[in-house]
Unconditional design. Structure first.
Length: 133
């Protein structure tokens, strides 16, 4: 069983496991699975989720440093937004626009999005995300 996690705003790069943080995680785990009280804690881990200075991610070229693209500072959204940030960074590095075709059509309505790629070939539609497309 794995249980976690805490968000300790302002902790900087402190990688200690604090008793308060551990108590919070254990209390939450025990509230949904009381049988864990008789279990054994095998290990604890610490992960950092740094955010940009204004809570916005750092994404794009670095001024004054040729060929350096940054995709960092996603904070707690890193696991969910990381693939998109990586795709934007990859497209930027390749000199391509960072946007993707609009695929927001409702299932019960026709999708009038132009599904052609830059070479004019038909887009196969939703499937594995390809950041170079």
């Amino acid at each position: 069983m794995v249980a976690g996690a805490t968000r300790e705003t302002g902790s900087g790069f402190d990688v200690r496991v604090t008793p308060g943080g551990l108590a919070e995680v254990l209390a939450n785990a025990l509230s949904v699975a009381p049988g864990l009280a008789e279990g054994t804690v095998l290990e604890t881990r610490v992960g950092l989720r740094p955010a940009g200075p204004d809570i916005r991610p750092l994404l794009g070229p670095v001024a004054g440093v040729d060929h350096l693209i940054v995709a960092a500072g996603l904070g707690a959204s890193g696991l969910t937004m990381g693939p998109l940030a990586g795709a934007v960074a990859a497209r930027t590095a390749l000199g391509l626009p960072p946007d993707q075709p609009d695929r927001t059509g409702q299932p019960d309505q026709p999708d009038h999005t132009d599904h052609t790629d830059q070479a004019g070939l038909p887009d196969p539609g939703p499937g594995p995300f390809d950041p170079l497309r």
